[in-house]
Design a protein around this ligand. Structure first.
Ligand code: AMO
Length: 434
């Protein structure tokens, strides 16, 4: 007999079916007993009645630990009192896998456990429907993002994650023993997405893990995150990038909202109607709001929050760009192009959402001589960058791109408290397991 899902049963009144799932709860009340079985689509009430149900089934469920995995065969019957309007009257129950007792983490407990406890026992935590919903939102968003990129002619690519050199500064590189050599885990696909511009691919995107040895223990940093990267050739200005990015986000979030709403998903309403264009605030203006005009200092977390407040209060915007980062702030970003008419400014921008940096990007330096100047200014040795630099020697179109932290986007859209909750099995300074 093929297995049916909990959500299918309301249409199957009177039918003999098989279900499978975890035993969420069992309650005996005199002559009747109720077992709640949870599968990936919801729960089923299995109703046992003294006199008509095999007494062995009562005995089995009485002693079976919560969260054990069961298979139940039975008849679907209308019931006013059951949650979905139907219950299952069992004829046979088989235990497929018994759970140990006690459970280290309750699955239906109303009392919230500490995040650390939840992450230590993440498999049990993920069984909670509210936790699973975050990943349903994530999956819907990924589908929407892929469609939005493809609709704009972007090719999805995959670049190496084992590298000889990093692109985002030595402090956050993870070294790896690589036979007789030292390699590093990729902090970003930066160098490769640019090389693909020289390869003539023109528009690429990648959704892949990025690794940063990020020692700070914050709600916004993890050591393994999913980076959503894009690169576009023949751009005329940074605004070409911003227009593409905001359009992709608006389309992807809109598609995800539609898809989730169609399923009656509780998080559909959490996805905002995204209005474009997003306001653009030049960095020099933002420095004024922060009371330090011309200071050329990068934004701290507190600064970012302040900018988010101004965007919300004065511009009614959740999403916004901070544009034209000064060269002094981006000096380590050797691949960032300085403006030809304003060499103290780059075309670099951040995408913010209510005080959180979601993405950063900008036009790249595609002229080899100037790129080498940037390496020198950044104090970065070109040894180990031969493959990257070769891409500039045989014809490189002007180009630019951005990197967006997918976990940050899911975190804020799902409305969970910590970026770790947006990943199935997060990695941070103190967590390599589970
Ligand atoms: P950047 O270093 O700003 O830029 O990273 C891009 C985006 O990635 C996310 N992010 C992180 N998310 C979680 N935990 C972390 N430790 C973490 N570090 C970064 C953020 C950030 O905005 N190569 C450039 C992009 C480009 O210019 O195309 C880059 O990596 O959301």
């Amino acid at each position: 007999m093929p297995r049916r899902l909990a959500r299918e049963l309301s249409a199957l009144d009177g039918t003999v079916v098989r279900i499978g799932g975890h035993l969420e709860d069992y309650r005996a009340l005199g002559g009747v007993a109720f077992a709640i079985v949870r599968d990936g689509s919801g729960t089923v009430q299995v109703t046992l009645k003294k006199g008509s149900t095999d007494p062995a089934l009562f005995a089995l469920l009485e002693t079976l630990p919560r969260e054990s995995v069961l298979r139940v065969d039975g008849t679907v019957r209308r019931s006013e009192k059951a949650r979905r309007g139907v219950e299952l009257v069992p004829s046979a129950i088989e235990v497929l896998s018994a759970a140990e007792v006690p459970l280290p983490l309750g699955v239906v407990d109303k009392v919230g456990a500490e995040l650390d406890t939840r992450l230590n026992h993440r498999v049990l935590d993920l069984r909670k429907p509210g936790v699973r919903q975050v990943f349903e939102l994530r999956s819907a968003l990924l589908a929407g993002l892929r469609h939005a990129f493809r609709a704009r002619g972007f090719l999805e690519v995959e670049t190496p994650k084992l590298l000889r050199q990093g692109a985002e500064g030595g402090a956050t590189l993870f070294p790896v023993e690589y036979f007789e050599e030292r390699a590093y885990l990729a902090q970003s696909p930066q160098l490769y997405k640019q090389m693909l511009m020289s390869a003539g691919f023109e528009r690429v995107f990648e959704i892949a893990p990025a690794f940063r040895a990020e020692p700070s223990d914050t709600v916004r940093h993890i050591t393994e995150f999913t980076s959503l990267d894009a690169e576009m050739a023949y751009i005329d200005s940074a605004d070409d990038l911003r227009t593409a990015l905001e359009g992709i986000l608006a389309d992807a979030i809109g598609e995800a909202r539609g898809a989730l709403a169609g399923l009656g998903h509780p998080l559909a309403a959490a996805l905002p109607e995204v209005r474009t264009p997003f306001p653009r605030f030049p960095f020099r203006e933002v420095e004024g709001w922060l009371g330090r005009p011309g200071a050329d200092r990068d934004l701290s977390t507190e600064d970012e929050k302040k900018v988010g407040e101004v965007a919300e209060k004065e511009h009614g915007a959740s999403f916004y760009y901070i544009t034209e980062f000064p060269t002094a702030v981006k000096i380590a970003t050797f691949y960032a192009r300085r403006q030809d008419d304003h060499p103290d400014l780059t075309g670099y921008f951040d995408l913010g959402y209510r005080g959180l940096e979601l993405a950063s990007g900008g036009p790249r330096e595609h002229r080899l001589a100037r790129l080498l100047d940037n390496f020198r200014a950044a104090g970065v040795d070109t040894a180990g960058f031969a493959g990257y630099l070769e891409a500039f020697r045989f014809g490189m179109p002007p180009h630019g791109g951005w990197g967006l932290g997918l976990d940050r986007l899911v975190w804020v859209l799902a409305g969970v408290a910590n970026i770790r909750e947006a990943r199935l099995f997060p990695r941070d300074r103190y967590r390599l397991e589970p």
